[in-house]
Design a protein around this ligand. Structure first.
Ligand SMILES: *Cc1c(COP(=O)(O)O)cnc(C)c1O
Length: 350
């Protein structure tokens, strides 16, 4: 396999203020692109980051055939570039693609594309804990024809955006009582663009009430807590961590499964089971609920300060030696090559 590379005369990097990055708004010099036509993925290309020309009738615009991934690259103190468990992102984008009747992308193309792109963009990855290059692979249906059936032409792309450490501020959440993001037999487990679109309206309603995010509950009864919709979610009651099992309604997060493994490594009691809303409210009332935090690639670990359900509001106490901090530090030390990596999660790029 060879990648056709179209070089730029000069980089735009000198125009970028790396100390004032707004997440997801600045993109690097290049993008990776590969088209699926006549039943096969064609010659992959890397070209200057630029707008696409797509038919207005492309099915992605009408029927939402779009899946994506979110990954990061890290630079250590020795200028080595690392990724974190990228094989899992590769497996997942193909699982997502399959569920949306889209063609799977070949592994060799994915990793060669990623590595070649990251080597070209190495100056965009800054040293220092918290600095990352956020990587967004995605697949869209490009065939121009608005009949409601799967397309026969697609585009796989990777774009990259430099990011700083993510400080979410104080996050308070609303437990969903009416709306749902996913249902049994649906696409909740897929990183499908439409899952996000479906969350925006209820999330805007929650924001109007002063909550930053919604914690989704099971669509059937709204009695069990599932995930945050961009992050998986953990609850700490006394010294036990609890998180919902993955299913076809819940995205199988890489950060989530890394936290579960780190909990086991550190002899922290972890229960993967259904999480009743009732139990969490009870624990908040009797003081045994110590922490709630989200886990996902973008924020790594995102502590949650409070929650509301059925018009009852709860605040979590300040806590020393939080599990949220412990896991965040452990994960980032592995990601930045500052700690031993007993599970071989790091992936060397250069
Ligand atoms: C991406 C995502 C997550 C987090 O997954 P990571 O692999 O840890 O980044 C959680 N929930 C949803 C719905 C997501 O799309």
């Amino acid at each position: 396999m060879s990648i056709n590379i179209q070089k730029k005369a000069s980089s735009k990097i000198s125009n970028v203020d790396f100390n004032n990055l707004v997440f997801g708004t600045v993109f690097t010099d290049y993008m990776f692109e590969c088209d699926f036509v006549n039943g096969a993925w064609k010659q992959p290309q890397i070209k200057p980051y630029q707008p696409l020309t797509i038919e207005p009738s492309a099915r992605v615009f009408h029927y939402g055939q779009a899946v994506f991934e979110g990954m990061k690259a890290f630079k250590d103190d020795y200028d080595q570039i690392w990724m974190f468990r990228p094989e899992d992102n590769f497996d997942r984008i193909n699982k997502s693609a399959k569920r949306l009747a889209m063609p799977e992308f070949p592994k060799e193309y994915f990793f060669e594309g990623l590595k070649t792109l990251l080597k070209l963009e190495k100056d965009w990855i800054k040293k220092g804990i918290g600095n990352t290059l956020y990587i967004r692979p995605f697949i869209i249906a490009t065939q121009g024809a608005i009949s409601a059936s799967p397309a026969n032409e697609y585009k796989f792309m990777i774009i990259c955006s430099p990011a700083q450490a993510y400080y979410p501020g104080e996050v308070r959440v609303l437990f969903a009582e009416k709306y749902s993001r996913s249902a049994d037999g649906g696409v909740g487990f897929a990183k499908a663009a439409g899952n996000y679109a479906a969350q925006f309206y209820p999330t805007v309603l929650a924001q109007k009430q002063g909550f930053q995010q919604v914690i989704w509950t099971d669509a059937h009864s709204h009695q069990y807590l599932e995930e945050a919709g961009t992050m998986n979610i953990f609850f700490r009651i006394n010294n036990t961590l609890i998180t919902a099992p993955t299913s076809d309604r819940i995205l199988d997060g890489i950060t989530r499964k890394s936290v579960i493994q780190l909990a086991k490594d550190n002899h922290i009691n972890i229960e993967v089971r259904r999480v009743p809303v009732k139990e969490i409210k009870q624990a908040a009332k009797n003081g045994t609920l110590k922490e709630i935090f989200g886990a996902g690639t973008a924020a790594v670990i995102n502590p949650i300060k409070g929650f509301s359900h059925n018009n009852e509001k709860f605040e979590l106490p300040e806590i020393e030696n939080s599990y949220a901090n412990l896991f965040k530090e452990k994960l980032m030390n592995i990601q930045y090559n500052k700690a031993e990596d007993i599970h071989n999660w790091r992936y060397k790029v250069n």
